[in-house]
Design a protein around this ligand. Sequence first.
Ligand code: MET
Ligand SMILES: [Zn+2]
Length: 796
Amino acid sequence: MTAQNPSSAAPSFPSATILGYPRIGRRRELKKAVEAYWAGASTAAELQAAAEQIQAATLARLTGLGLTERSSVPGTFSLYDQVLDTAVALGAVPARFGALHDADGTLGVDAYFTLARGNAEQQPLEMTKWFDSNYHYLVPEIGPETSFSLSSERVVEDFAFAKAQGTLTRPYLVGPVTFLLLSKASDEAPADFAPLSRLDDVLPVYAELLEKLAAAGAEWVQLDEPALVADLDTPALEVSDAVERAYAALTAPAARPQILLSAPYGGLGAQSAAVAATGVEAVALDLFKGALPSDAELAGFAGKTLVAGVVDGHNIWRNDLAASAAKLDALRAAGAEHGFAVAVSTSTSTIHVPHDVEEETQLDAGLRSWLAFADQKVREVATLAAYLADPASAQAALDEATRVIASRAQAPGVRRPEVRERTGALTAADFSRSDYAVRAAAQDAVLNLPPLPTTTIGSFPQTADVRGARARLNRGAIDAAEYERLMKDEIKRVVDLQEELGFDVLVHGEPERNDMVQYFAENLDGFDVTVHGWVQSYGSRCTRPSILWGDVSRAAGPSILWGDASTGAPITVPWAAYAQSLTEKPLKGMLTGPVTILAWSFVRDDQPLAETANQVALALRDEITDLEDAGIKIIQVDEPALRELLPLRRADQAAYLDWSVKSFRLATAGARDATQVHTHLCYSEFGVIIDAIDGLDADVTSIEAARSRMEVVNDLEAHGFGRGVGPGVYDIHSPRVPSQAEVEELLETAVKHVPARQLWVNPDCGLKTRGYAETEASLRNLVEAAKVARAALAKV
Ligand code: MET
Ligand SMILES: [Zn+2]
């Protein structure tokens, strides 16, 4: 079959689609398949067979759910990550990896995984958050030396596989502008190098791939350009110019599929005109998070198909079909006037939500009826497309959604007066502690810590024994008393180890927590947890976010010993108190902060996040009071996700930082002066939000820093950060044991930028993914290095 020029006779865009579908498989089959391959337990052919099985199951499922039109099923399968897929297709391999290409110029599956996971000599590509989601992509490294050539035709092969199964899919690639905007400059690049400057060099490779896809029979291709909805460092005008040049080049060739340019995660804003001016045949807009474009903006889409992303791909709530229908009515009218067609889609890929609500049979039937996972969203999109074609045909489904959403608002637990009275009565005083000087004096008197105090971030290695005990408890093979005994054994082991190593502030090790958010979700009213609700975090790693659906407070406890009816039962106190009973040293209580609990859960969408955050904060505030009453003198409230929820548009950032910082302060401001409040941040660069970090007003802040060789201390110095701070000196993301000399060196750097009396010595993050042997060796070096640094201070 020869490729066609997508002109007048070209097939129109399908009336219903989604921008992407989960790739991990309904039972995480992809995780099992790739991990078996990495472990050498299966062959490349077996991995390929497993990948095809997942793709075949997805094709069958999506067509069964109603995506039956040509090109309506997106070809978004990936073995690891879509940005890596695109980098490998373009042949963009960093020079530091040497020659990864096969003799025939292709990058095979082993090269692909080497980039994702590193090898003996090389660190993998860096990993970072994909827009404002909890999905992590691999960051391509691009420099003047990067040579681009078509190096993998996996996207063509996947298309051909689906076609052989009887489905004409819509192949997916990260678009050229977003690909380069998300890349970082390579090690070889000069200081002022911008990857976007290589745009003209990647375009021919994209064009070659599009030609191959057309030859294989693809009628539409999806080029994903989410970078257009975010304010990045690159000026907006340069981005518009790149869009213009990129799509002029990609739409010019005769032999190509028609192009859908997708812009998920927010409104196009200033880039709308540039996108409208391109020759692409369809544009997908996020009309869930982004507003409906103005009439003038809509006029620009004349001649195209506007793919209306009215069903939220990023959260799990059932769509308000009547509200979506109203948006579609407005678009249909504008389309008739301006001459564009309208199709229906999800706002983003559904990669951020689990597969199917129907699997969660243990959930309350009412709650289940409020939810839409990926499969339910496909049906919603199909219903709305039917509405566009014939409103009457969809009326019953619209009414049903309206009825369910109304019942959700009335359901018990969704709005609880006792919770609302508390948040409604808050005053400014509830958000502030005494002056730091007053607190610091009170804390010094109680704690008696040496200079450069040593501590850890909270978790210790989660051994197979610990995880096995939890599995046995869940299976009913052991009872709660036996589980408690096993956890206490582990806590004692962790406390004894820290005593032996010579730490100044101890932790209990968090063995009882499966996950730092889910553990709290299981102990708070207003939350539920799923059984099969896995979503991909990165590569083969998945998380199972909890569902925050109702008003939050601590749940009533199993015994009257723990708390009263109004403030619920303590969650962490028995474990912390037991650990404190084993040592004379201060034992640090450990809580997860409100922003992180929200960021790593599926959060109710029926009220502002700020209100929900304050409810969580008050529950934590109650917990802090109980920890204090149990004799705990230091309490850490972790906020690793503080940076993650930062809005993509600069104009929205101040409001977010305001409520997020306030919720942390509300959680912690009830603490007595003498109680030392710590916080912990990791997972991203924090320079841009250093004011907000200061605004948290924690007495001590530990921040991930080892991997970036202490870069953050420059930000702290520039800001004039005045309270305690522990820049991490041990990179816990790798099994490597840092030498004592290395830690000493990092501490020497730190004391040059931060006054020594403010400095703490700690790892980058918790140790739960590490093994005991390397942890013990690393912590020993850390404590010894602190002693050396302390002695050096004493001399001056
Ligand atoms: C991702 S931050 C983790 C903090 C937590 N206290 C731990 O040590 O595991
Ligand atoms: Zn951390």
